[in-house]
Design a protein around this ligand. Structure first.
Ligand code: ADP
Length: 480
């Protein structure tokens, strides 16, 4: 042994070995074959908080947990006898304050001159950090698995792709959105099913941006397994590895078909509404100019102006009401009234000089709790339709009947009728059956509003119709 190139004297060498034994970074333990402690070094005493005297005569098995003791006696010691040594067994040594100290222990069995087992020499390493790392590792593995499960089962399409655009992961949401299973798609190029809708960005440009670490959000047209178009809004996010280069790209796709449909509906709505509002305004202006030019009162022009203003008022009311219904803000002002009187008053108020409206009703009053204004509006809407979608002068009947539970108000016309395919859509917002409306004006809101009002009363509207023969709309309400 040398010290600074010099031979180290024996006593100095022994002293430094002694120091290493007592204070080195591991615990040393000498026990008899039955585990009785003969010697423990300073490091082990420091770790456990025991004095040298505390340990003398105690057995190592009594210093560890119950499960550790069981393991020591059934496995560790038998193995030690069999092999002469055991490496890296994990024990929890109970410190003086009863706190467990995780250790890894190596032991060798010494024999005496007659080859009888005589002494166990053990070295222990403090494994608390290692145990903490292991726990952390398990916890992060669990977290990663949970996260993977969330991504896999998410109903949004979440896809992982390589920086070259090759699909690496494909979740349930993507499978539902496009119809392709994970097996069909992993390993293929994402551009086979997704194309960019905007001309300003090519796939290659997109990949260049992503590889440079820049996230991209873009609307794309996808194609599903059955060739159907799937409109999506896709968010591409590049993820870097620990060296900083882009390793994978996550793609989250939202199906925007519904959004597109709403946008189309909004555009149509704007076009129809503008047209519907403009025509009475043009009429009012024309008639007012006529009055001005003539400089004298003219009955026809004034009547026309009042009628057109009235129409404008209806349109604006319908729009307001539809938006209230849409926002769930329809409030009813309930009163107990006679429905026959209400229906007759509504018919009388309606200015339909071209049509003949017959009202058939039972003689006795039909009392019900309703919002008279709103219900009168429903009857007006249905009657106006009966007039609008019938030839001029065609007869219209309003029939009021009752059974044990309900009152039925039917409006029967002999007009154009409604095709079977259109019936399920009649009560949708802005729906108009374009095959039959021709140049007849309307917003497609009347029946939507009417149905919501009747439903708010706990009632319903039924339709029976035959093309070319006419339609019957029946409002049914509970009576008293
Ligand atoms: P609008 O009359 O403003 O178009 P509605 O909501 O009142 O809107 O009616 C929706 C559609 O239902 C109409 O566009 C029309 O195609 C059809 N419809 C309603 N009532 C009748 C009827 N009595 N006869 C024939 N078609 C009708």
């Amino acid at each position: 042994m040398t010290l600074n190139g010099q031979i180290m004297p024996d006593d100095l060498l022994r002293a430094s070995f002694e120091d290493l034994f007592e204070h080195g970074p591991c615990g040393y333990l000498l026990t008899q074959v039955d585990g009785t402690i003969l010697r423990a070094n300073e490091t082990l005493l420091g770790w456990t908080g025991f004095d040298r005297n505390d340990l003398m005569g105690r057995r190592f098995q009594d210093l560890i947990t119950v499960s550790g003791k069981l393991f020591y006696e059934t496995h560790y010691f038998p193995l030690l006898r069999l092999q002469g040594s055991v490496m890296e067994a994990a024990f929890d040594v109970l410190r003086r304050d009863r706190e467990p100290l995780p250790v890894l222990m190596n032991s060798t069995l010494r024999t005496d001159v007659d080859d009888h087992p005589d002494l166990i020499v053990s070295v222990m390493f403090d494994a608390s950090m290692r145990r903490a790392y292991e726990h952390e590792l398990i916890r992060s593995q669990q977290r990663a698995e949970q996260l993977a499960a969330i991504v896999r089962l998410s109903s949004d399409a979440i896809v992982g792709m390589s920086p070259e655009g090759i699909v690496e992961t494909w979740n349930d949401g993507a499978a539902t959105m496009f119809g392709y299973s994970e097996r069909d798609i992993i390993g293929t190029d994402l551009r086979h099913i997704l194309s960019l809708t905007g001309e300003d960005l090519e796939w290659t440009d997109l990949l260049i941006k992503l590889r440079a670490g820049r996230p991209v959000q873009v609307d794309m047209a996808g194609s599903g397994m059955n060739g159907e178009r799937v409109d999506v809004s896709a968010s591409f996010t590049p993820h870097r590895d620990f060296l900083g280069s882009v390793e994978t790209i996550s793609v989250i796709m939202l199906n925007i078909a519904e959004l597109r449909a709403i946008q189309r509906l909004q555009q149509e709505f704007l076009a129809v509404t503008t047209h519907e509002l403009r025509s009475p305004v043009t009429g009012i202006k024309g008639n007012a100019q006529l009055l001005k030019r003539r400089g004298a009162y003219n009955e026809r022009s004034v009547t026309a102006i009042i009628g057109l203003a009235q129409r404008l008022e209806y349109l604006i009311n319908d729009l307001l009401l539809a938006s209230q219904i849409q926002a769930d803000r329809l409030v009813l002002d309930l009163k107990e009234i006679d429905l026959t009187t209400m229906v007759r008053a509504t018919v009388d108020f309606l200015d339909v000089s071209d049509s003949v409206i017959h009202v058939e009703s039972p003689a006795e009053p039909l009392m019900a709790t309703v919002d008279p204004m709103r219900l009168s509006q429903v009857i007006t809407n249905i009657l106006t339709n009966a007039v609008k979608y019938s030839p001029a002068g065609a007869a219209i009947t309003v029939r009021i009947t009752r059974d044990i539970r309900e009152v039925h108000i039917s409006v029967i016309d002999q007009g154009v009728g409604i095709p079977l395919a259109a019936l399920p859509h009649l009560f949708e917002r802005f729906y108009r059956n374009m095959d039959s409306v021709g140049s007849i004006q309307g917003l497609g809101l009347g029946l939507y509003i009417s149905q919501r009002i009747v439903e708010a009363h706990g009632g319903r509207i039924d339709v029976v119709s035959e093309v070319g023969h006419g339609s019957t709309f029946t409002v049914s309400l509970l009576h008293r």
